[in-house]
Design a protein around this ligand. Structure first.
Ligand code: SF4
Length: 448
């Protein structure tokens, strides 16, 4: 069956909440959106140039890297989707299909990792594909072998964390959370891991095709495993992938397109420019980041200059790195305002305050494509203007709404309030927690 036929016959695939892919693109205000993650952990400059070319020819040329490190191509037509699939095939880029099995971006090349997650992830993908269980479309499995850019803060339905005990690697199996919050189920030997995950997958399938890790009973499942009880894991120092990292004797530079969005031509120019700086491979990473491998201390500065030139961030403290935005009016027919301009204003006025301890979301419409979860502060476009939502989602009822023309001064007033009320060294989370919502609403409305 062709992809176009699949689209016509499967309206569920276009529903919000389904997971967009080449087989099931999601309709947004700028056409169809395809999310993909290549099977290969590393891409070449030629792969990036091919992706840019495909995004231009079959979509509207806007490419995004998501918070979980997936690529999104936007603005495709129904006819363009099978052409994209064919173009990827010709370029030798194979997208992952089936259940998302995520691994640290430097798996296999980071000497500080406890275990290489690649072979285990491949075995899991193959076993899950063969079993063809009716699992939730957004189900995510994280296989975290540790290392400099471990996936400690990535929430998953099923997690595997590598643990080194008495010189032997074991995997802690847990459900429904990140490294600290997931509920432990068992501590498994490597040879027990695939069957352990399949036990949980079968339990999810038995609950129905929408069941998620949080729906499982961890204690009951733990009792079914004749394994060592799973330990509680310590937290890890969180390292943002943006910036320069020393990985063994290599230098890896984490760069990010501003707000996760780039034009195809900038991506192609970036790939060519970094290639000339000695970059040999590119790895998609969480927090909308692209890791550039193959640089040396000597070429790092020219690589950073290239990233600057093409509109990519490369510093861990880049203002705006914690703000999620969607295409907005500049790239999506549903967008009520220019989300990028609003984010730039917020970043320049309050970038230093936004330390990543709270989520900030700027959404062109209530659909909330860029950040489906709740955020401490959301600006959401509606027919009536731009709504301010506090501790909620883009689709929630705004606490106040202003015409889009009044947004820039309103952001300035909010930023001024935050700057004035923040004590030295205070986190954004603490600040948002203690400022009464009414004060934020008054500032937004210009009544304070
Ligand atoms: S949230 Fe943004 S990208 Fe998604 S449909 Fe609305 S305006 Fe378009």
């Amino acid at each position: 069956m062709s992809t176009a036929t699949t689209l016509r016959n499967a309206p569920d695939a276009l529903r919000r909440g389904a997971c967009p892919s080449i087989a099931a693109p999601m309709r947004t205000g700028d056409g169809l959106l395809v999310r993909l993650r290549p099977v290969a952990p590393a891409l070449s400059a030629r792969d990036l140039i091919a992706l840019a070319d495909l995004a231009r020819r079959h979509g509207n040329g806007l490419i995004e890297i998501t918070a979980r490190g997936n690529l999104q191509l936007r603005g495709l037509t129904e006819a363009g989707v099978p052409q994209l699939a064919e173009g990827l095939r010709k370029a030798g880029i194979v997208p992952q299909t089936g259940v998302a099995v995520e691994i640290p971006p430097l798996s296999g090349i980071d000497p500080s990792e406890i275990a290489d997650a690649v072979p285990l992830a491949e075995a899991l993908r193959a076993t899950l594909a063969a079993a063809a269980l009716p699992l939730a479309p957004k189900l995510a499995i994280v296989v975290d072998g540790g290392g400099v850019l471990a996936l400690a803060d990535m929430v998953a339905d099923i997690r595997l964390d590598a643990v080194s005990t008495a010189g032997r690697v074991r995997w802690r199996l847990s459900i429904g959370g990140d490294r600290l919050t997931a509920k432990p189920v068992a501590l498994l030997l490597p040879e027990e891991v695939v069957s352990g995950v399949m036990t949980l997958a079968a339990a999810l399938a038995a609950q129905g095709p929408t069941a998620r890790g949080r729906d499982l009973d961890a204690a009951a499942l733990a009792a079914t495993f004749a394994a060592t009880p799973a330990p509680t894991l310590a937290g890890l120092t969180r390292r943002h992938p943006l910036g320069a990292h020393r990985i063994g004797d290599r230098t890896v530079l984490g760069i990010a397109p501003a707000y996760g969005q780039m034009r195809a031509e900038r991506l192609a120019a970036l790939a060519e420019g970094l290639s000339a700086c000695g970059a040999t491979a590119f790895r998609l990473a969480p927090h909308r980041t692209l890791l550039v491998c193959g640089l040396s201390d000597d070429t790092l500065i020219s690589a950073q200059a290239c990233a600057d030139r093409e509109g990519f961030w490369h510093r861990e403290d880049a203002p705006g790195r914690t703000v999620s935005i969607c295409a907005g009016a500049a790239g999506c027919a549903s967008g009520a305002f220019d989300t990028r301009a609003a984010a730039d204003t917020l970043a320049s006025e309050a970038g230093a305050l936004l330390d990543g301890s709270v989520a900030v979301h700027i959404s062109g419409c209530p659909k909330g494509c860029a950040h489906p979860a709740a955020a401490a502060l959301t600006l959401s476009g509606t027919a009536a203007g731009v709504g301010l939502v506090l501790n909620g989602r883009a689709g929630d009822t705004p606490a106040a709404t202003l015409p889009a023309a009044g947004l820039t001064p309103a952001i300035g007033r909010l930023a001024a309030l935050l700057r004035a009320r923040r004590t030295e060294g205070e986190t954004a989370k603490n600040l948002f927690d203690r400022i009464p919502p009414a004060e934020l609403v008054s500032a937004y409305q210009g009544r304070s």
